[in-house]
Ligand binder design. Structure first.
Ligand code: SAH
Length: 249
């Protein structure tokens, strides 16, 4: 007897759409999303897709009207509950455009809840295109089966980050000059991981960060990692030892 395939089949297109979603809700997609479903995925009336809105979980929907520039779908049933990704935020000094794009995509796949661009003394990129980064985060969430999309905050200065942060949220500072072993330093609970720019942190910044309440300097090994590599490595270790990669037996 062949095993029954997992349901819904993984090959269904999966889209982040504006909510609220619920049984029987019909929504009309236009622009890029209609084009993707209609012309890229070639969905016709009666075909199915998976939809999520970032708040109510994932839903199976059926195309009720397929047009060239717009597409109407009607929701049939819920296929997944709204997940709670670990309460882990990543503050990063933006680097050049494509490594920052890459960092946002990978951090989303790894399960980050919030991304905070931080301007430090040696940050070379002062402006980030938030809309662009949000689109990258949405696409990564669609691909990796998240039902939540990480929030991307407006850029803020390191001073503002230090002044405004909630001291209950453990502040892990990736320090290329050394720190605690990340695998033992990370503990479950609200976390803020900070990664510096290509030029690293200035000594003054390092002193200010280390003086911040509930802050822990972490080492990511003996080599100097690019900022985006450090962000990825720190998040992977956090998710493995303190996040949701530990699947209950
Ligand atoms: N230009 C600096 C390195 C900056 S690397 C120098 O040559 O010293 C960019 C950021 O990645 C750093 O600010 C730090 O946050 C992180 N990082 C890189 N390697 C690291 C390591 N081995 N341990 C901890 N953090 C690291």
């Amino acid at each position: 007897m062949p095993a029954t395939p997992a349901w819904p089949p993984k090959s269904l297109p999966r889209l982040f759409v504006p909510g609220p979603l619920g049984p029987g809700v019909s929504l009309e997609l236009d622009g890029g999303q209609a084009n993707y479903l209609g012309n890229v995925m070639r969905l016709k009336t009666g075909d199915q897709a998976l939809l999520f809105d970032g708040a109510s979980g994932e839903w199976l929907a059926r195309v009720s009207d397929a047009g060239k520039k717009r597409m109407t779908l009607t929701i049939e049933r819920k296929t997944g509950d709204q997940e709670a990704v670990p309460d882990c935020w990543l503050a990063f000094a933006p680097v050049k455009r494509s490594p920052t794009d890459w960092l946002v995509e990978k951090a989303t796949e790894l399960g980050v809840a919030r991304l905070m661009p931080v301007i430090t003394r040696r940050t070379i990129v002062e402006r980030v295109k938030l809309e662009r980064l949000e689109a990258i985060a949405i696409e990564a969430a669609e691909q990796c089966n998240r039902t939540s999309v990480p929030h991307i905050a407006e850029p803020l200065s390191l001073e503002a980050l230090l002044k405004g942060r909630d001291h209950e949220r453990t502040f892990y500072f990736a320090d290329e000059n050394g720190g605690e072993h990340a695998a033992t330093a990370f503990k479950p609970g609200p976390a803020l991981i900070l990664v510096g720019p290509e030029g690293g942190f200035t000594d003054e910044e390092r002193v200010a960060i280390r003086a911040a309440p509930n802050s822990i300097a972490i080492s990511l090994g003996p080599r100097i990692l690019r900022a985006e590599t450090a962000a990825l490595a720190a998040l992977a270790i956090y998710m493995a030892v303190a996040g949701d990669w530990l699947v209950a037996p």
